[in-house]
Design a binder for this molecule. Sequence first.
Ligand code: HMG
Ligand code: MG
Length: 282
Amino acid sequence: MIRIVEVGPRDGLQSEKTTIPTDVKVAYIDALSSAGLQEIEAGAFVSPRWVPQLADAEAVFQKIRRAPGVTYSALVPNLQGLERAVTARVDKVAVFTAASETFNRHNINATIEESIARFGPVIAEARRRRLPVRGYVSTAFWCPYEGRISPERAVEVCRRLADAGVDEISVGDTIGKAAPAEVRAFLELARTVVPVERLAMHFHDTFHRAVENILESWKMGVMTFDSSAGGIGGCPYAPGASGNVATEAVVEALKQAGAEVRVDLAALAAARRIVAPALGRR
Ligand code: HMG
Ligand code: MG
């Protein structure tokens, strides 16, 4: 069965300029919890100075109603983030680096090398606490600063994250510019380094190719996809990046292609209706 990681409450909200009240975030996540999604990325324990919108992650995690069978995960950039996440009782943490040095510097103020070194103690401590760890590789196809990223470069970062001990790797098309042929070339190489069961694909939809890219990835054996209800989202440190691919579109396209997907679209619509007014959208 397809696993959808709903990243709306984190990736969807992180770039929004107007502060969304904690209670709206909580109601939005609670609505998503009844959609049958396996995992919801519900926040980020990053520096509040870097991402003010998610500064209330503790309060959000404290107030949400946790549905049985749903994993509530969060980003952690360092040990300080992990400690906050543990206190907030997250179920799974995600460290994040990139295939592009320039993007990584803008996003987490570190080289790729430094970031992976920083993750060592984070992963060790998460292990000790029996928390699963996801590792993100952003700008795996295109970088807003460096342009095209070769599959060799992106796969090398995946390999290093796998060696560092992450359970799952989410491969990010951060600015939504990848073409299906590029996704295929990446996956052909990546599959030789990381078992495809441990790969997730994370597409933004700037050039409206995300659904095509997901179908291509699925044909190559990928079963986990990141998306956001209503397609909200973007990265504050990736100029031009638009929203994540819409969960609704992913569900429809994969179902039509014959994949088994169990997500309740009516519940997604209810979640959208809660968050849309706070984003100033219909
Ligand atoms: P830095 O400024 O180099 O950090 O930022 P520092 O270690 O020098 O610390 C500076 C200050 O930040 C200190 O406070 C720390 O305590 C505080 P001060 O002493 O000055 O008062 N600090 C923290 N506070 C709370 N929680 C923490 C934390 N860490 C330090 N965890 C840092 C380095 C990594 C912290 C910063 O760059 C950061 O938080 N970056 C996060 C940026 C971010 O969240 N970007 C968006 C997510 S990634 C993304 O969207 C891509 C993705 O969707 C996939 C894709 O699409 O490709 C995942
Ligand atoms: Mg993203």
